[in-house]
Write a protein that binds this ligand. Sequence first.
Ligand code: URA
Length: 217
Amino acid sequence: MIPAMATEQPIPGFYLVRHPLAELKVSALRDRSTPAPEFRRLLQELSQLVAYEALRDFSVEPVEVETPLATTTGARAVRPLVLVPVLRAGLAMADGILRILPSAAVGHIGMFRNEETLEPVSYYFRLPPGAAGAHVLLLDPMLATGNSLVAAADRLKKEGIPKLTCACIIASRQGVERLRAAHPDMPIYGAALDGELNDRGYITPGLGDAGDRIFGT
Ligand code: URA
């Protein structure tokens, strides 16, 4: 039986990237037989597609550009872009996005889940200089319970980040609702919305442990 899609009721502030190319890549990511090198590549490519949508409101302003033939009006960023992957699975998302936005700066948030309480435990936090005035794209491929991303966004807001957007690959409805309730001003973008979490806090059908599949652990 094909499980009911969790996408039937829209969630305000959650944006699903709907594109056949994204669907094909999500499907290959979910496949348990996809080996780590291909998994990593697919996750990087999907992250580019999600970032493309997630940065639709990235602020730019007009700037004069001289082409070899004439002067025209181009665009430049109003504030810097900082990618902040949640370690470790978010690293593969940052790698993919840096290919299309190589000038983005990168910060890191280290968090792991206490497997009993499912609560996040923070062990590392570092932002590049200038992050306080930046548009931050917070990256975690799996938005499951939402606990880690709520804690990550709390921490980033304490640093005075003026603009925060969250990008994931697979989200659970429960996680999106939790994150939206805690941070209603932070839009969330993803490539799939799944219905359920299992008793270990894993998204089902999901794709398993993203970090293990990226790094072959
Ligand atoms: N983290 C993962 O890697 N997978 C899940 O399903 C949930 C959290």
